[in-house]
Design a protein around this ligand. Sequence first.
Ligand code: AMO
Length: 430
Amino acid sequence: MRIPINEVTPAIPSAEVCGWVHEVRDLGGLAFLLVRDRTGIIQVTIPKKKVPEPVLAALKSVSRESVVRVTGAVKAMEKAPGGRELVPESLVIVSLAETPLPLDVSEKVPAELDTRLDARFLDVRRPRVAAVFEIRSAAMHAIHQYFHHEGFTAITTPKIVAAATEGGTELFPIAYFDKEAFLNQSPQLYKQMMMAAGCEKVYEIGPIFRAEEHNTTKHLNEATSIDIEVSFADHTDVMRILEEIIVKAYAYVYRSCPDQLANLEIADFAVPKAPFPRLPYAEAIEIAKKGIDEPIKYGDDISPAAERAIGAEMGGHYFIVDWPSEIRPYYAMHYENDPSICKAFDLMHPRMELSSGAQREHRYDKLVQQISQKGLNPESFEFYLRPFRYGMPPHAGWGLGAERLVMTMLGLSNVREAVLFPRDMHRLVP
Ligand code: AMO
């Protein structure tokens, strides 16, 4: 029976391991294979005069990154990885790798991100790359766990839709029989409809599609959104949930992924402390004005340069609150005492925006009015508006980008590093 490489110790007399050939070193009378599985690396030591003939034949034809099965005696060996080595009675090439390799898995030869993404199956064999996806998995696990513990219902909403959610310009049209259809930009309208369905607390972790034409280090055309919607809650309630989730995700990664963090050489991993500061939009603009050369004024979107200037001032995670209603979507609730600002927020990491949310307008007449004010036609939103006429509770929610969460958590320089098979303007394969 095959055992994981990190469980092989000199205390067991013999073992069968399976994995990929990390390195082949032939010193004449003696050869070494380093064999790697996802748990670690073991040295296979081959004294040529002492091993059976089929082992020598396999050694001759094996190439780096081939899959092998090795059975043999385990011996203590101080200088070898893990302090032990395997002397093979049997060495079988299960799957021979072609040469040359499109990518050097041992990382001796650095590769461009594009080359890595083209050969992602090889790239992820690198422990430091696998670590990113193991940490992403752990963070998502902590988030799922939080939602279940807090009584949220996991929902799945359609990705093929008839209308835009977040504005019409970033839509991917698709062929849907004889109808006009699009890939969904956000579960926004559906998660809100589930409030009318009486579900009270829902979450969805799923793909969102944005036809953004800018090729930046933080935009994807297909991203993963962690979305929630909560009834009888306002924006401040869901902001508390958001900061709690960020802290839980970091804390779980800190506890459960020490090896992965070490592989990524992250020595100073810090779990952020809640509550995060709440910075009014008007003050954020004032900070930006002082910190950047380009002109910026109240009512503008916060540019990437402004984001960086404000982030440098704030230091850690923070919220921007009290946004001008004009630059937020129609579904955000305006303040009663000053309708020019709304109950919307963004959660920011010093490097970039991580999440947007708001208390929603749940009153039918006001919502219709806000849709019209944005120059949109309420008739094309009838499927969304209808539930608001039959008992819609007040509600609030947010969407958090999973890739940006992982990217900022691990200090990755490009969001594509946090996705296995990223989709951007130039990348549709693999
Ligand atoms: P928004 O459009 O701000 O809000 O998206 C929410 C979060 O999703 C992530 N995100 C992206 N990540 C990578 N590439 C992209 N192209 C991309 N687009 C979005 C970001 C962003 O902060 N319906 C609202 C949410 C709500 O109010 O509940 C929405 O979609 O991290």
